[in-house]
Design a binder for this molecule. Structure first.
Ligand SMILES: Nc1ncnc2c1ncn2[C@@H]1O[C@H](COP(=O)(O)OP(=O)(O)OP(=O)(O)O)[C@@H](O)[C@H]1O
Ligand SMILES: [Mg+2]
Length: 371
């Protein structure tokens, strides 16, 4: 997987080198030559540098990547690359006029008659992906380390403890272990939702049955707080979607709504637009989402300041039971976001601090009928 970009670069170099072979005898490269045409077909930028160090050919993509205009000399990093023995160099960053910053990787290959071929590749996206991967591993390790340290501390204390104190320590260690298990489950769900190999399995879903299932699952959690009512109302009979994905989406939204609603209600409902677009609504009268954290709530591991009223009060039910701690893992909405886009849907929310939040999940119409 990591080799892929290098292989692409190598193939591009080989391709250009083969075409270039036919031109080795000519000192000038004709504007309509096969080499020029071949270079224009490549996504990578191609430059052919003559013995005098001046470019004899610069493909369109190369010009765009370097922001090069006629009459300009080669950028300094490229000159340095040509002065150095054959190899590759990462130019960081090459700024294109009017475009965003780009990170361009340049590789050089010697050619006949003292010429050199330079291949340029935009590696900005690859680098951003690498950075995301690194962050994810770092965050995951950190998040896993915390409960593991807590469990090991509790087990140390348990050694030699007796009676109620020992029972309390044991219960706390068990809750931490369950929270750890939940986190691993969440990570697996996220990895599945992100994986292109994981296919959704849409089937007919009876919405009332789904709501009953969710009600059974969440009413014990809601009942822990007598000041909050949980309700479901559907105007749609049936839809076609992956049942497990849809349930995960709604369960996470309901879990969040209950977690952040001290008093009032959490209402789950549906609506059907004329074009067949089906929306699920999860509306709560809770703490709301502040404008500072609103742009970040779908990020992996992001947790806002938890709860005007503590999750401790709900800590016996559902996901919160296994967490046992006062916060979740911050993966819920990230999973939801991925699943909704895999279902070709959209998610959005409206929130007013102190008044509550409404999440809307919109699923596209399917062949004229409800998705
Ligand atoms: N209905 C809501 N009301 C208020 N804040 C919310 C609501 N839904 C989400 N949030 C905020 O968004 C943050 C991210 O939510 P997310 O579901 O991703 O993580 P989490 O609930 O903290 O943990 P978990 O991984 O267990 O779901 C929450 O920590 C919370 O601050
Ligand atoms: Mg959550």
């Amino acid at each position: 997987m990591f080799l892929h970009p290098f292989l692409v670069c190598l193939v591009a170099l080989a391709f250009v080198a083969v075409v270039f072979w036919g031109h080795r005898k000519r000192s000038k490269i004709e504007p309509g030559s096969a080499l020029k045409q071949a270079a224009e077909q490549l996504e990578e930028g191609v430059l052919v540098i003559g013995v005098d160090g001046a470019p004899q050919l610069m493909s369109g993509p190369a010009r765009r990547l370097l922001g090069w205009r006629d009459g300009e000399g080669l950028p300094n990093p490229l000159r340095r690359l040509l002065d150095s023995p054959t190899g590759s160099l990462t130019l960081k960053p090459v700024v294109l006029p009017g475009a965003n910053d780009q990170v361009v990787e340049a590789s050089v290959l010697p050619a006949r008659s003292g010429r050199r071929i330079i291949i340029l590749r935009d590696i900005g996206e690859t680098m951003a992906l690498d950075a995301t991967r690194r962050d994810f591993v770092a965050n995951t390790s950190h998040e896993l380390r915390t409960p593991i340290a807590a469990i090991s501390g509790l087990l140390d204390l348990l050694e030699g403890a007796e009676g109620d104190y020992a029972a309390d320590l044991l219960a706390r260690a068990q809750r931490r272990a369950a929270a750890l298990g939940q986190m691993v489950e969440d990570l697996l769900s996220l990895a599945r939702a992100e994986s292109p190999d994981w296919a959704l399995r849409p089937e007919a879903i009876n919405v009332s049955a789904l709501f009953e299932q969710l009600n059974d699952r969440f009413s014990p959690l809601a009942d822990k707080n007598p000041k909050t009512a949980l309700g479901f109302e559907s105007t749609v009979d049936e839809l076609e979607a992956d049942p497990s994905a849809l349930e995960t989406v709604l369960a996470n939204l309901i879990d969040n709504a209950l977690t952040h609603t001290e008093e009032g209600s959490v209402q789950v409902s549906t609506s059907l637009a004329e074009d067949g677009t089906l929306s699920f609504w999860v509306k709560d009268t809770g703490s709301g989402i502040s404008s500072e954290i609103a742009p970040r709530i779908y990020e992996r591991f992001f947790r806002g300041d938890c709860c005007s009223f503590s999750q401790h009060s709900l800590s016996q039910g559902d996901k919160s039971e296994s967490r046992g701690a006062s916060t979740g893992t911050g993966l819920g909405l990230s999973i939801v976001n991925h699943l909704v886009s895999r279902m070709r849907g959209r998610i959005g929310f409206n929130s007013t601090e102190g008044e509550g939040t409404t999440f809307q999940v919109e699923l596209p119409p399917q062949g004229g009928k409800t998705l």
